[in-house]
Design a protein around this ligand. Structure first.
Ligand code: THU
Length: 160
């Protein structure tokens, strides 16, 4: 038996000012996008901003539904819109901002499992890493330098 350790470096920032100017701007756009979340059931608001290799920025926010599973997370709204509007253009970075109407969110939230799988598809297809920036209303800001870091052993079309 062999034991293999899978680990990654999570970059942790205390303030937005520690990010590059373009990352800071992208996160501010994610915060703005959060305002258009439709989250009457969870009261949990998520905004996502996707920076593409051509410099375009595409946004998303979570869109809920009375039939709960019919809703969609902010990250997938954004990356699917990016794929629909700019097919074939690589995604460089996704910034994610979370807040709640019921409590203070004092730490970042990482994308849910379904969103990780959806983003992994794009990362595998473009064969370059997608950075993920994550932020709550207050507290630290997280960055991982590849989606694969948070979805190790990802399933993909190489199996099919
Ligand atoms: N949500 C997202 O938009 N992104 C995530 O990564 C986690 C969860 C949304 C889905 C739902 O509208 C609400 O947050 C509560 O789960």
């Amino acid at each position: 038996m062999e034991k293999r350790r899978i680990s990654f470096d999570l970059l942790v920032f205390d303030t937005l000012d520690e990010l590059s100017q373009s990352e800071k701007t992208l996160m501010q756009i994610a915060v703005e996008a959060r305002e258009n979340a439709y989250a009457p059931y969870s009261q949990f608001m998520v905004g996502a901003a996707v920076l593409l290799a051509n410099g375009e920025i595409v946004i998303g926010s979570n869109q809920e539904n009375a039939s709960f599973p019919s809703g969609l997370c902010a990250e997938r709204v954004a990356v699917f819109q990016a794929g629909a509007k700019y097919p074939g253009i690589a995604i460089n970075t996704i910034a994610i901002s979370v807040a709640s109407k019921t409590h203070k969110v004092d730490r970042p939230a990482a994308p849910c499992g379904n969103c990780r799988q959806a983003i992994a598809e794009y990362e595998q297809k473009q064969n370059t890493p997608i950075s993920i920036l994550m932020m709550g209303v207050s507290g630290e800001i997280f960055k991982c330098e590849s989606l694969n870091d948070i979805l190790p052993l990802a399933f993909g079309n190489s199996y099919l």
